[in-house]
Design a protein around this ligand. Structure first.
Ligand SMILES: Cc1cc2nc3c(=O)[nH]c(=O)nc-3n(C[C@H](O)[C@H](O)[C@H](O)COP(=O)(O)OP(=O)(O)OC[C@H]3O[C@@H](n4cnc5c(N)ncnc54)[C@H](O)[C@@H]3O)c2cc1C
Length: 326
């Protein structure tokens, strides 16, 4: 029987995040021909509604309030719980993002529901969804199912393909009024630490630097390569600890987990804690002058050489290819 699936849509700086569309696609798999209801929470979110419908939402519920300009777990949980109470869906899907990681346990606790977090794929057995998630820092995968009536999952960004965008789709848009009260904190301003550009967590291409870049300036050729590929720059903790870059770029067990189509590791040895954040990338290229470096164990393509020679050469060749194709 078709299920009613709630999907929490995420937006940032005037744009819906890709993970919202991926969550709709995940919801569609769970829904079994049921209904996808996207929930949009914020100060002024009407402008995002049609795009959610174009990507597969059947309905959109907006919850607007001037206290929701910035995410707080108190504010968002009050709104989401009110919508869940009103609509009583069979499932809830959200991104395994900073927001989702913060909000989902609170919602699960309030609902007394089970939660399967960090899902990377959905399979089916006897018509029941089975959720696949990496464990032991990506070294193994476990498959879990929810035995309650209510399905609650968070999905890892960049793993579940969004549905094809169709701007001719139509859907119902409604709003719910929620009195947001007793906020324990309000956020006055958010100041970005990292430079503006492609969001590291959602980037299709990541060019990451390690201690081998040797200085903050050493990241410049990596940034140039990332720019040509339309990607983002990331880093190992070694590079962050050495003060070559900001910790917001750190990838790994205690940093961000990324799953881009292409990950280029430059001057990174491949410590287990770093691999935990990137080993599920679709194609991994490693550039390291030590042929024994552990990163080559997970790389699809390895270049043994000095990154300060290899990276500018790659950038130049890619630039030429881009010029030739335009
Ligand atoms: C609890 C805990 C959590 C951790 N969490 C993380 C985490 O989230 N993320 C993370 O990354 N690390 C994490 N670490 C640290 C991790 O163990 C490693 O110390 C770190 O990843 C090493 O960074 P690196 O590869 O940049 O440096 P190194 O290990 O020093 O490697 C530098 C590499 O650069 C190569 N190199 C040098 N010069 C050049 C050149 N000119 N051209 C090409 N190659 C060159 C060298 O051959 C070497 O392989 C954690 C550690 C602990 C204990």
């Amino acid at each position: 029987m078709g299920k009613k699936v709630f999907v929490l849509a995420e937006w940032r700086e005037g744009l819906l995040r890709n993970v919202s569309f991926e969550a709709i696609a995940a919801g569609k798999q769970v829904a079994d021909d049921g209904e996808i209801v996207a929930v949009l929470i914020g100060e002024a979110v009407q402008s995002y509604t049609q795009e959610l419908i174009s990507y597969g939402a059947d309905r959109v519920i907006t919850i607007e309030n001037d206290q929701l300009k910035h995410y707080t777990s108190d504010g968002y949980s009050q709104c989401l719980l009110a919508a869940l109470e009103k609509e009583k869906p069979d499932a809830l899907v959200m991104g395994h993002t900073a927001l989702g990681k913060d909000l989902s346990p609170k919602i699960a606790n309030r609902l007394g529901a089970g939660l399967i977090s960090d899902v990377t794929a959905i399979e089916f057995s006897d018509n029941q969804p089975i959720f696949v998630r990496p464990i032991y820092s990506g070294k193994a995968f476990e498959k879990k199912k929810i035995i309650d009536d209510f399905i609650f999952i968070t999905i890892r960004p960049n793993n579940i393909e969004p549905l094809k965008r169709d701007d001719t789709r139509t859907g119902e848009i409604s709003s719910i009024e929620v009195e947001v009260k007793d906020l324990r904190m309000t956020i006055k301003e958010v100041i970005r630490k990292a430079s503006v550009g492609v969001d590291l967590s959602e980037a299709k291409v990541v060019v990451a630097g390690g201690r081998g870049v040797k200085s903050a300036d050493g990241f410049k050729p990596l940034q140039e390569l990332a720019d040509v590929l339309g990607g983002a720059v990331g880093a190992s903790r070694g590079a962050c600890d050495a003060d070559y870059c900001d910790y917001s770029l750190q990838i790994g067990q205690t940093g961000k987990v990324v799953t881009p189509d292409l990950y280029i590791a430059c001057g990174i040895s491949g410590a287990i804690q770093h691999l935990a954040g990137m080993s599920n990338s679709k194609v991994i290229v490693a550039i390291n002058k030590d042929p024994e470096a552990n990163i080559f164990q997970v790389a699809d393509y390895g270049i043994v050489g000095d990154l300060f020679e290899v990276v500018p050469l790659l950038t130049e060749e890619l630039r030429k290819m881009k010029m030739a194709s335009t």
